[in-house]
Structure formats: C-alpha cells, structure tokens
Design a protein around this ligand. Structure first.
Ligand SMILES: Nc1ncnc2c1ncn2[C@@H]1O[C@H](COP(=O)(O)OP(=O)(O)OP(=O)(O)O)[C@@H](O)[C@H]1O
Length: 295
C-alpha cells in the first residue's frame, strides 16, 4: 500500500522557510513512491481543527516548524484515537523538541531520518486541553517571556530573554499558589515555575535524569543571590542539586492561584492559558521518527 503523508508547515516559524521546505518534502516523498498532501492553514486554530478532523487516513504527519508548530499539531491529535506517525523537520528558532531527540536541524538530513522509518514512542503533557510538547512556565519569568515578540526572537535569537529579564528584574515578585492532586496539596510562594516533559529546555540539558512523567521545578521568593545560584546549576545541567528550588515529578496535578492576580502561562514558547490549570501526562502518546543511533 502506498504510504500517505500529511505535510503541516508554518510559515511563521524560524526564518519563514517552511513553505519552501514543504515543496521539497512533497517532491522527495513522491520520488520515493509515497503520497504527500500539504495541509493549508491560515491560523493556529484552523490548523488544530484540520489536524483533528483530517489526520485519520494518513500514516504519517510531517511537521515543518519549531516547538510552537509541533504544539499545534499535537493539540490537534489529543483526542484522535488512531494517530499517524510523527515526522519532524525542525524549522523553528529554538527547536527544543528536535534537540532533545537528537534530530538533524538541517532539513535534507531531517527528511532522511523520516524516510529511514525508525521510530519510537514519546510522551507529552496536557494543560486545559492543550498539548505540552516541551514545557509550560508561569510566574515572573514567564511574564518576561510573554513580552518577547516573535519578530525580536527571530532577529536576535535567545539573547532577547536575558535582556528582557534584566529590564524587568526590579518589578519581579512571587505569587501564592496551591498545587494539588488526589494524593497531596501544597501551598508555595512561587517566583517562577517550570513544568517540562523532559530534561531538556531551550536545547540544553537542565536535569540529570529523565523519567516517564512531567517534571516540576520552582523557585520560591527569589533574591538576586538565589538567581546566581540557580543560574549556575541550570547551566551545568544539575538544577535539582540547587538548594533554592522545590522540584517533583507527577502524572496529574491541579494548580490555582491564592491571590486576585491573574497569572498567565507560556506553553512551548507561546502565550498559554491563565491559572487555574489541570495538568496531566500522556505516556506513549505518539510514535515519532527518530535517528536510529539513539536506541
Ligand atoms: N498553522 C499556523 N498558522 C499560523 N500560526 C501558527 C500555525 N501553527 C503554529 N503557529 C504559530 O506560529 C508561531 C511560530 O511558530 P514556532 O514556534 O514553530 O516557530 P519558532 O518560534 O520560530 O520556533 P521555536 O518555538 O522552536 O523557537 C507560534 O506562535 C505558533 O503557535
């Protein structure tokens, strides 16, 4: 049977070359005797809906873009029973997912990985009906990131984040938050809280170990000396050895604010929902094409 591929690309990602790459991918798949159809979308919402309703019948979904594009694709697949295999052609700015799974960042090479037909099962998180492919963040630092414009990220790369953080530092404060599930309840004053699906963030390994669950790491009542301590451990990949942090792994968790302040989140680098949050882990969510050598 001829393999059917659905090609989802996002012209807003990275340097805006996704449409060009999509044409190349279609041409190469057809040369390999496979069928390929491009999914044309003009907004994030339309893309989620089209992927939800049209992915059945395709054996493979190839996403061309960064973490935000993958988030749209996997949100569309959240309630689909027969999910296609996922192929990723990184064309974003950070490409955290691709770095975590050791996927080539160059598109010709990334397509070779997809054509090699080697895949593995991966887990993702869910927050209020949206996928979490790499991470969710809230607190003062997340608000800093919400001020970073897509066009500045494309122009200056990751340097825009520390620049915004320095500009906003005097305004930082912590928020009273409750974390709870059927087993535990805990209050904390949170300066920044990071929930991740793996031990990689922004292309860097920030935790030594990975586990089959969501990882939560938060900084409480931040002071400048703690910030330096945190920075050292984050840069050396040993975040949980830092004494300034609270961290744990979980499969289900609710998060709510204990103050009147509206608290926003960021998911996979884009603005996400306001608190309260209902978070859950989906193990073995989808088969994803990966480089053979990482097995
Ligand atoms: N079909 C679509 N139409 C319009 N916008 C989309 C679509 N799919 C995704 N987006 C949005 O486009 C923006 C940029 O996409 P993406 O995050 O993939 O690129 P990036 O920011 O350059 O990469 P990275 O997240 O790896 O740094 C995101 O806000 C994403 O939600």
């Amino acid at each position: 049977m001829t393999k059917k591929n659905l090609i989802f690309f996002n012209s807003k990602s990275g340097e805006g070359k996704s449409a060009e790459i999509a044409d190349y991918v279609v041409e190469q798949l057809e040369k390999n005797g496979q069928q390929a159809e491009k999914l044309l979308t003009s907004s994030k919402e339309e893309a989620i809906e089209k992927i939800r309703t049209q992915s059945a019948g395709y054996q493979r979904l190839i996403c061309i873009g960064g973490d935000g594009t993958l988030n749209v694709a996997l949100t569309g697949l959240l309630h689909v029973k027969q999910r296609p295999v996922l192929g990723v052609i990184p064309a974003g700015t950070v490409n955290n997912f691709a770095q975590k799974w050791n996927l080539p960042l160059e598109y010709h090479e990334a397509l070779k990985v997809i054509l090699a037909e080697s895949h593995r099962s991966i887990g993702i998180g869910e927050c209020n009906g949206q996928a979490i492919v790499s991470s969710l963040m809230f607190g003062s630092l997340a608000e800093v990131s919400n001020r970073v414009r897509q066009q500045d990220k494309q122009k200056y790369g990751l340097l825009v984040y520390p620049w915004q953080a320095i500009k906003q530092l005097p305004k930082q404060r912590s928020y009273p938050i409750e974390f709870y599930n059927s087993l535990v309840a805990m209050d904390a004053k949170v300066w920044v809280c990071l929930i991740s699906t793996s031990n990689y963030i922004a292309g860097r390994r920030y935790l030594e170990e990975d586990s089959n669950s969501l990882h939560l790491t938060m900084l409480n009542n931040m002071k400048i000396n703690k910030l330096l301590n945190y920075g050292y451990f984050a840069l050396t990949g040993n975040l949980r050895r830092s004494t300034t942090l609270t961290s744990f792994d979980f499969k289900k968790l609710n998060v709510r604010t204990l103050s009147d302040k509206r608290i926003s989140t960021r998911i996979d680098g884009d603005p996400g929902p306001y608190l309260p949050l209902q978070l859950s882990w989906h193990p073995n969510f989808i088969e994803c094409c990966v480089t053979e050598k990482i097995f």
